[in-house]
Ligand binder design. Sequence first.
Ligand SMILES: [Zn+2]
Length: 516
Amino acid sequence: MILRHSSLRGVRLAHHTRQLAFDSLHRRPTHLLHTRLCSSHPPATSTAEPAPKPPADHRKLGVQQELFTTSVYSPGSPILLPNGARIFNRLVDFLRKQYVRYGFEEVITPTIYKKSLWAKSGHLENYAEDMFTVTSTSPSRADPADPTSATAEDEEYGLKPMNCPGHCLIFASQRRSYRDLPIRYADFSPLHRNEISGALSGMTRVRRFHQDDGHIFCRPMQIEEEIKKTLEFVRVVYSTFRLGSYRLALSTRPADHFIGSEEDWASAEGALKRALDASGQEWTINEGDGAFYGPKIDIVLRDSDGKEHQTATIQLDFQLPKRFELEYTAPAPEFERRGEVTTDAEALAEYGPVRPVLIHRAVLGSVERLMALLIEHYDGKYPFWLNPRQVVILTVNDSEPVLDLANATKNTLLGRGGSPDIPLSNPTLFSVDIDSSVRSLQLKLREAKSKGYGVIVTVGPRQVPKGTITADLGRLGGDDKIEVPTESGNRRKPQHEEMTPSVLLDILKEKAAAYR
Ligand SMILES: [Zn+2]
């Protein structure tokens, strides 16, 4: 397979406004809303005052903290280093755990699909310029039994920019009843969009990224409940990150060029408004700003510099279920389509096909872009659970008993004990480093602090007989109250604590489990 640096060829944009509307389906990860407030950064006119600290830049921090790099061999595709991969995986793992509550089932879907799929989904017509084409260098390997492989054109694949068509294929692969709905699929697949090379930068202007993508297939009468749950999900996630307040913006039916009846739109917008009211959050309305295929809700965060960032999106879609001819069977289909309930026995005796409503939703949005936001927001002072450098063990000297204690401590903190003949069942997945260099402890301490370790542990010869360590937990919590058990059974705030590695492990586990 080769990747051609071009969009799917032979396709013209049908209509510029449609392109714009289609773009917002899964908004590009690159479009941060730069509405920097002029007043927040006045020019430095007085030399008497110290220059304000420049806003954190995730690209600089990415280098300093060894989070990610880039390569000329794959422009716009960030290469996550071990520290960056830790943050990424923790975010994904955090989302996965929340899926248990919100009823999402994860699916794993292809990266490339034939051009004919992109024709069906409408991407060829509306999104081709943003897509990469993939072709086989060996046409002779085409499957002769495949009727779609008859022409060279059908040998062409598109690299997916979105997961929705794949999830529609899954929905369509079985007969569905109203009892099966809602069906909620989640997907962390990498996505590729062909951004202009001049615009590529860091983790925010990229060609390859991942979304915490989800698609909800539901009955018309379930829209409001699903939106409510999604807004609750968003609230829980963003309060965990402590990114500050955000606003919700509802975009409604465009004045012209929309699909579906005005009645459908009015009822869907009504459901979204009721869900927004019920959320108790501040929300605004962007009249006529919806995509042609359905209304949507955007979540807009404002950072400490006054910059606004669109992250989560909830988008209703009347279009894709139609294009993919999705349906489920329900009693009283006429009522069901309008989202109405009936007790009329005659109507209920009739079973028929009804089109499901599709809700696209992403809570983090682009995982990479959210990472960039978090990296800048925390500015090196990560909460423990997300910190790529959680624990460092500094040795006072390099004698063998001290090194042994350091290694044993590391094993305990990693949950690496037990027989090597059976698989590990409870690794903590903490990141634990040892600095056993022969430099002075002062120097090692200073370096550990500047690297941003959450917990600094020291081990020396005095502690070897007792098997204890000294843990500095002062940097663990920021504004959090960390408490350690005392001999009398009370709890108190720690400083430099003498404890066993397993007591430290318990403290850290508690912290990580609370996402603090
Ligand atoms: Zn989607």
